[in-house]
Design a protein around this ligand. Structure first.
Ligand code: SAM
Length: 286
C-alpha cells in the first residue's frame, strides 16, 4: 500500500474569454493554495491581478511538464496544496498536466477537480445538434494526410464529433470534411465563445465553406468545429461498424438483448436492427 500524502492537487478551470465566468470556488482555491502551477505565468498573473489575488506561481507547460511534475510531486509530498491552471478552460483538455495527475493517483495524492469552463462542452451545448452521444477529438491534425485519414475514419461515426481548430487551417479543414465525410453533413462553428465577437453558425459543410470564404472575419479568433454524427437515411442500410457490433453480440446473446445493447450504444432505432436480423435469417435460409 502506498503512503498516504496530505498534499492536495486542485485542477482549476479558468475562463475561455469572459473573466466573469470564473467560479467563486476557483477564486477561493487560487487564493488559498500554497502554489499555482501555470501554463503561462504572464497569462495567469493577469487573471490573478484582475481578481486581486497574490500567490506564488511556477511554470508548467508542455516543454517542462515531465521535469516540473517531479518538482510539484515533491511539494505535494511535503503537504503543500497546489492548483493547476492552464491558459484557458479546463486543464488537461488539450493542455498540459496529464502526467502530473497520473503520478498523483499512483502516489495516492488527492486530486480535486473543480468544474468550470471548457470550450468543447460550451460549444456543444450551443450547437443545436440533438444527440446525447458525442466524441471529443481535440485538435484536427495539422498535416493534411493525417487529417484526411482521421476524417475518413469518422465518416460513419454516429456520435456528434467535436474538434478544436485554428483560424489558419479552418478553410482547408472544412474542404477536407467535404471530401472525406460529406458535402451535405451539418457542421457548426462556435467561434470566440464568451468574447465580444462570439458567433455560433451552423450549415451544411459546402455552404459553410462558402460562408466562411465570403468574409475573413467569420473565421478570426478561436474556434470549435462540431460535426453532426452520421445518420443513416436509407432504411436497413446500417453502417458496417454497427452491424459488426450487433453480429458479435448476437453470437453470445439473445436477439432482444443484442438489439437493445446495439441500439443504445449507437443511438439508433431498434426496428432497423430487427429488420436487419430478419433479412439476414431469410437470406441464410434461401
Ligand atoms: N483547455 C481548453 C478547454 O478546456 O477548452 C482548451 C485548450 S486548447 C489549447 C485551445 C483551443 O480551444 C483553441 O484553439 C480553440 O480551438 C478552443 N477554444 C478555446 N477558447 C475558445 C473560445 N473562447 N471560443 C472558441 N474556441 C475556443
Amino acid at each position: 500500500m502506498n503512503e498516504l500524502f496530505i498534499g492536495i492537487l486542485y485542477i482549476v478551470p479558468t475562463p475561455i474569454g469572459n473573466l466573469s465566468d470564473i467560479t467563486c470556488r476557483a477564486l477561493e482555491v487560487l487564493k488559498n493554495v500554497h502554489l499555482i502551477a501555470a501554463e503561462n505565468i504572464r497569462h495567469t498573473n493577469f487573471l490573478l491581478q484582475h481578481f486581486n489575488i497574490k500567490n506564488n506561481l511556477i511554470l508548467m507547460n508542455k516543454d517542462n511538464e515531465k521535469k516540473q511534475t517531479e518538482n510539484i510531486i515533491e511539494e505535494l509530498k511535503k503537504g503543500k496544496k497546489i492548483a493547476l491552471v492552464s491558459n484557458a478552460g479546463t486543464p488537461i483538455i488539450n493542455d498540459p498536466g496529464g502526467i502530473l495527475i497520473k503520478k498523483c493517483h499512483i502516489l495516492n495524492i488527492t486530486v480535486i477537480p473543480l468544474p468550470g469552463a471548457c470550450a468543447a462542452i460550451t460549444a456543444l451545448s450551443a450547437s443545436g445538434i440533438i444527440n446525447k452521444h458525442f466524441c471529443y477529438e481535440g485538435f484536427l491534425p495539422a498535416k493534411k494526410k493525417i487529417r484526411c485519414d482521421l476524417l475518413s475514419s469518422l465518416k460513419e461515426e454516429t456520435r456528434t464529433i467535436i474538434f478544436y481548430e485554428s483560424k489558419h487551417r479552418i478553410l482547408e479543414s472544412i474542404q477536407d470534411i467535404i471530401e472525406q465525410i460529406d458535402k451535405n453533413r451539418h457542421i457548426v462553428i462556435a467561434r470566440e465563445i464568451t468574447k465580444k465577437w462570439e458567433s455560433i453558425y451552423g450549415a451544411k459543410a459546402n455552404l459553410m465553406l462558402q460562408w466562411l470564404k465570403e468574409d475573413k472575419y467569420r473565421y478570426k479568433g478561436e474556434m470549435v468545429i462540431i460535426i453532426e454524427g452520421f445518420k443513416n437515411l436509407k432504411k436497413n442500410n446500417l453502417p458496417k461498424k454497427i452491424l459488426d457490433t450487433f453480429s458479435t453480440l448476437r453470437n453470445f446473446l439473445s436477439l432482444k438483448t443484442s438489439v437493445l445493447i446495439t441500439s443504445q450504444v449507437y443511438d439508433i432505432s431498434k426496428n432497423n436492427l430487427y429488420k436487419y436480423a430478419i433479412k439476414k435469417k431469410n437470406d441464410k435460409s434461401t
